[in-house]
Design a protein around this ligand. Structure first.
Ligand code: GDD
Ligand code: MG
Length: 348
């Protein structure tokens, strides 16, 4: 699993927390991928990490409970998406094909079907592909009628198709000889186009279920809401759905997911989709609408939080209004502060 990116599009949250640790419906993003891998009985997972590598030891416990042996492949300096795979391969044994995941996607891709497709097509590499309306921010793929990939163009100005790289690959191990060791190489910009030119067999496995790249604020928000709204068929997400929330202090007109030790004052109003993390306090008469509140956030009385993400340990005093904002960890807003931020992030 590739986790060596900087997470720049998820600032300010990734300034203090690596992307894989950010909460999606109150659990670390990486847990959705581990849960998917465990569903398909994949028992060895290697995390290819660059900055803060040792922090990822935190996931050893949860992996074990899912029947997964986890290894860390640390890059002293980022080796790029292909360099990261090359560097991690030493942890794998045998000459079986292996899966590669971008670490910031949430999906319910059927890995058994994808593997079957890979074998049937006798592919060197299979790439899971999804259809999107606006493809220019992704790796764009052009296929022939047998789904063999004719072109792979990373983030083109003018995309030639609506099929994009979903960030899940199956790779035959001998292909790794094509990636130089110990240097920065991009699988999207260098390896895929070069392999196609050389006549290697790259095939597109079309995934039609849930898929989201959670690497931007907009998509991160959307994925949080999708999970709470039950739009994805994943074991962990299904469990979340089953745990219904009830508090007589909250007037609930939508969906609410809460962590542990959350305290609500009287007459809190919740509408749309709202997620409140562990250890938060929400003061009386406060309105939460389509909001994601991370951990240990204290919100006073009579506030409005709408279309926003509030980072860990932030303190919002009484009578504040925060709309359309991404507030960093550890901020403090004095009473009567009003923010309407049009999606830009706020870091005090
Ligand atoms: N180990 C390692 N080393 N991982 C890296 C490095 C590195 O140097 N650089 C990036 N990664 C990881 C990121 O952490 C992320 O999980 C994944 O590789 C993809 O990088 P992003 O920075 O998120 O790329 P993107 O979202 O712009 O585009 C990629 O994903 C799209 C689908 O979500 C590309 O693969 C596109 O082709 C694809 O369509
Ligand atoms: Mg991404």
């Amino acid at each position: 699993m590739l986790l060596g990116g900087q997470g720049t599009r998820l600032r300010p949250f990734t300034l203090s927390t690596p992307k894989a640790f950010l909460p999606v419906a109150n659990v670390p993003m990486i847990q959705y991928q581990l849960s998917l891998l465990s569903r398909y009985k994949i028992d060895t997972v290697i995390l290819a990490v660059s900055p803060q590598c040792q922090k990822y030891r935190k996931f050893f416990g949860i992996s074990k409970s899912l029947g997964i042996n986890l290894y860390l492949s640390c890059e002293k300096k980022p080796l790029g998406t292909a360099g990261g795979i090359r560097n991690a391969y030493k942890f794998l044994k045998g000459d079986e094909p292996f899966f590669v995941f971008n670490g910031d996607i949430i999906s319910d891709c059927n890995l058994d079907k994808m593997l079957e497709f890979h074998k049937k097509s006798d592919a060197d590499i299979s790439i899971a592909v999804v259809e999107v309306e606006n493809s220019k921010d992704f790796g764009v793929i052009v296929v022939d009628q047998d789904k063999r990939i004719e072109q792979f163009i990373e983030k083109p100005q003018q995309p030639l198709s609506n099929l994009i790289n979903a960030g899940i690959y199956i790779i035959q191990p001998d292909i790794l000889d094509e990636i130089p060791a110990g240097k920065e190489v991009s699988i999207e910009k260098e390896v895929f186009p070069e392999l196609i030119k050389k006549g290697k067999k790259l095939f597109a496995y079309i995934h039609t279920g849930y898929w989201k790249d959670v690497g931007t604020i907009k998509n991160f928000k959307a994925a949080n809401f999708d999970i709470v709204q039950g739009k994805i068929n994943l074991d962990h997400a299904n469990k979340l759905q089953a745990e219904s929330f009830f508090s007589e202090k909250v007037m609930l007109n939508g969906r609410l997911s809460t962590g542990k030790n959350v305290v609500f004052g009287n007459n809190v109003k919740v509408s749309g989709t709202v997620i409140v993390g562990d250890g938060c306090y929400i003061g009386e008469n406060t309105v939460l609408k389509d909001a994601i509140i991370f951990r240990n956030v204290l919100i006073g009385k009579n506030c409005l939080i709408e279309d926003s993400i509030i980072g860990n340990s932030t303190f919002i005093e009484d009578n504040c209004e925060i709309r359309d904002a991404a507030i960093a960890d550890g901020c403090r807003f004095c009473q009567y502060t009003k923010i309407k931020n049009s999606g830009n992030s706020v870091r005090l």
